[in-house]
Design a protein around this ligand. Structure first.
Ligand code: PGA
Length: 224
């Protein structure tokens, strides 16, 4: 269990070196000035990790389950650690959609733990799926993880979110099942961040689209 509310930026496959450098400089200045209580984490594409320095934590968006070897195009948890990543996002629905199984994600989590990288483990049901059964099944594989990110797949990048009551009760269901802190993800933005982050069972926000602009990301941090 982590003790702070976490606000993490998931840049996905976006950003240039120049954008990464100016975002990091502005975020660093903002954090020094505002001193937010939350843990701020930025997860850019791998090749931008070394462009971003400041008073925030860094994370990878994925890692391989082996430590090294003939795995073209892959990156290990140890490499993330060497690139100053404290976190890694695993099991994002966009990767599950590409064929990552729960078993594979669990192996990645084990590798991340062995490398000393904290795991943000993503779970979420698709539109029309039964929340409780999908989440219970996915949570069976949440071993070696530090924090859960609950992201209803239908809310990612769509501007749609569950109601506040639903978010709170779903987070409680997940927390009761695994005992871990649970972040919310799926169209979090400066307009809804205050209400969502005030919910009793919400322990953080995983922000995609709205984390690409420094002004909207810092508004989200300020809203908490
Ligand atoms: P979104 O993405 O904020 O753009 O909906 C969230 C995520 O996929 O982590």
């Amino acid at each position: 269990m982590l003790d702070k509310f976490i606000i993490a930026a998931n840049w996905k496959m976006n950003g240039t070196p120049a954008e990464a450098r100016s975002f990091a400089a502005e975020l660093d200045e903002f954090i020094r000035e505002v001193q937010p209580q939350s843990e701020i984490v930025v997860c850019p594409p791998y090749i931008l990790l070394n462009e971003m320095h400041g008073s925030f934590k860094k994370g990878g968006q994925n890692c391989h389950h082996e430590t090294s070897g003939a795995f073209t195009g892959e990156i290990s948890a140890k490499m993330l650690k060497n690139a100053a990543c404290e976190y890694v996002i695993l099991g994002h629905s966009e990767r599950r959609e590409m064929g990552e199984s729960s078993e594979l994600i669990a192996k990645k989590a084990q590798a991340a733990k062995a490398a000393g990288v904290k795991v943000i483990f993503c779970i979420g049901e698709k539109e029309g799926e039964d929340f409780e059964s999908v989440i219970s099944e996915q949570l069976n594989f949440a071993v070696d993880v530090d924090v859960i990110a609950y992201e209803p797949v239908w809310a990612i990048g769509t501007g749609k979110t569950p109601s506040l009551e639903e978010i709170n009760s779903r987070h409680k269901f997940i927390k009761d099942k695994c005992g871990l802190q649970v972040m919310y993800g799926g169209s979090a933005n400066p307009d809804n961040a205050k209400d969502i982050s005030a919910l009793q069972n919400v322990g953080g926000l995983l922000v995609g689209g709205a984390s690409l602009s420094i002004s909207s990301f810092t508004s989200i941090i300020e809203a908490k």
